[in-house]
Design a protein around this ligand. Structure first.
Ligand code: XMP
Length: 515
């Protein structure tokens, strides 16, 4: 299978380049721009993409790739800073632009130049740069320009070097994906070869080779990542895989039952469901600080998991649903290159404590690929399309002190929110895709009147947001009829609640969760 390498010069959108390439069914990986040539060669890339980045080639210490890259003979595509560094290092010239260009721009295509075949001669693109290329290296010619940027795109058909000043990877460049397709399929001669069906088969074979007859244990939360990872490991290991579900009492309505039905009854997997809700509730008694809640929950989870695992047959491996964005070595430049390596453990601390080796079958995948893989493995939409749910569960949605009674109350209100919004989505009353929709129990009581009696009861807040990655989010303008149904049902059906409010704050400056 042909593989593409992406050299990361620190752009915010480097991951998007990888997403687009993979959507075109070509496998790719991101590495820091300073990766030595020997490592690049060992990867055996069919093409290399140089990402954008925040630096200027004129700054001292601005990031440069290994010089050997220029004589490697592999097709190159430089994006923004990637094009500038390619030009500067090979006899071209980069100069500060007359005006910083940021946002939508229109380019005029002068030649097909490897990227533009079949596209109109005027294209909307997304620009984000201060510097621009004033002179190209020998052999490279400009293939597109804009009113302020003479080299919006460039091509050297002998060396198969291409460059663009704009960002083809973002949605604001509507034809960007088509340009990347022309680069991969026409210029580099690649074919789509990265398919989820073959990924599953290859992965199962690889897991079998890796673990042999050994056993593995894995924490199953019911979320998309751990569910897909568990099913993949189960395909490879059968009953040599034991999953542990720790019931914290902080889950949503019906979750434990649905998990039992799917994994135990339908898929016949070895899942030990362990009710530890008393311990979680005891540890949360009197705790109101959100970070304290998170810490205590994390510790108990590890303790309970270890205790359960002690009674299992001896294991050598721990399965985890780690994804690609968690393992990319992202590069940031603050004057000079500093590699910031994100280390990530879904179940922090466990592998070291338990002397287990890690099995992470999803570590090459993005979230949308995990969803496709889950579908490929036959998991139902209810699991694969599940909305994100925070690890600490309802504890960070019950504001103030967490008690079993308040969790029960929130569970009922949350179920109403979920059912009503999902029904509205199905009827087309609400336009998806939504990121999260849930209820929060506020630490506020207020006066109400029910029948002839005065009440002094709890307040439920409804939260519904759109987002692409959880980093920013917009509150959704739910139709009044939907809000009205939710409010009526919660107040009528959930005893102890006499007021429902809707959260109309976006992130930033708010966050999605309230704690
Ligand atoms: P915020 O509230 O920071 O949430 O805007 C962004 C996304 O992260 C989820 N979230 C968490 N997930 N453990 C998790 O596993 C946590 O402690 C946690 N806090 C927030 C949140 O649901 C949203 O999708």
């Amino acid at each position: 299978m042909a593989r593409v390498l992406i050299l990361d010069f620190g752009s915010q959108t480097t991951q998007l380049i990888a997403r687009r390439v993979r959507e075109l069914e070509v496998y790719c990986e991101i590495v820091p721009c300073t990766t030595p040539l020997a490592k690049i060669k060992a990867f055996d890339p069919a093409a290399i993409i140089l990402s954008g980045g925040p630096a200027s080639v004129h700054e001292a210490g601005s990031p440069r790739p290994d010089r050997g890259l220029w004589s490697l003979g592999v097709p190159l595509l430089g994006i923004c800073y990637g094009l500038q560094v390619m030009s500067e290092e090979n006899g071209g010239k980069v100069q500060p632009g007359r005006a910083r260009e940021f946002g939508r721009a229109r380019i005029h295509v002068d030649k097909d130049g490897g990227l533009f075949a079949g596209l109109p001669r005027q294209l909307d693109v997304w620009m984000s740069h201060g510097d621009q290329v004033a002179a190209l290296p020998a052999g490279m010619v400009a293939t597109a320009h804009s009113d302020t940027c003479p080299v919006a795109a460039a091509f050297d058909d002998k060396r198969r070097w291409l460059g663009v000043q704009f960002h083809p990877e973002v949605v604001h460049t509507p034809d960007g994906k088509s340009m990347l397709a022309r680069f991969l399929f026409d210029v580099c001669g690649l074919a789509p070869s990265w398919k989820m069906g073959s990924f599953a088969a290859d992965k199962v074979a690889e897991i079998k080779r890796t673990v042999g007859d050994a056993r593995a244990v894995m924490a199953l939360s019911g979320g998309v990542d751990s569910s897909v990872a568990a099913v993949l490991l189960h395909r490879a290991m059968g009953q040599h895989l034991t999953c542990v579900y720790v019931d914290s009492g902080l889950h949503r309505l019906g979750e434990v039952e649905a998990l039992r039905q799917l994994f135990v009854d339908d898929l016949k997997m070895d899942v030990r469901i362990f009710d530890a809700s008393d311990r979680f509730m005891a540890a949360l008694e009197g705790v109101t600080d959100p970070e304290q809640k998170r810490k205590r929950i994390g510790h108990i989870f590890i303790d309970v998991f270890q205790e359960v695992a002690k009674d299992l047959p001896r294991c050598d491996w721990l399965g985890q649903g780690t994804l690609y964005p968690d393992v990319i070595e992202s590069v940031s430049f603050h004057g000079g290159p500093t590699a910031v390596i994100k280390s990530h453990h879904n179940v922090g601390g466990l592998p070291e404590k338990m002397h287990l080796k890690l099995l992470e079958p999803l570590r090459e995948l993005f979230k949308d690929e995990v969803r496709r893989l889950g579908k490929e493995l036959g998991l139902p939409d209810a699991v694969v399309q599940r909305q994100p749910f925070p690890g600490p569960g309802l504890a960070i949605r019950v504001l103030g002190e967490v008690t079993r009674a308040r969790c029960d109350l929130l569970r009922q209100a949350d179920a109403v929110v979920r059912v009503e919004i999902e029904a509205a989505l199905a009827r087309g009353e609400v336009q998806g895709p939504l990121w999260q929709w849930f209820a929060v129990l506020l630490p506020v009581r207020s006066v109400g009147v029910m029948g002839d009696a005065r009440t002094y009861d709890e307040t439920v807040c409804v939260r519904c947001v759109k987002s692409t990655d959880g980093m920013t989010a917009d509150w959704v303008e739910l139709p009044h009829a939907v809000l009205s149904r939710i409010s009526n049902r919660i107040i009528n059906e959930v005893r102890g609640v006499n007021r429902v409010v809707y959260d109309v704050s976006s992130k930033p400056p708010s966050t999605i969760e309230w704690e």
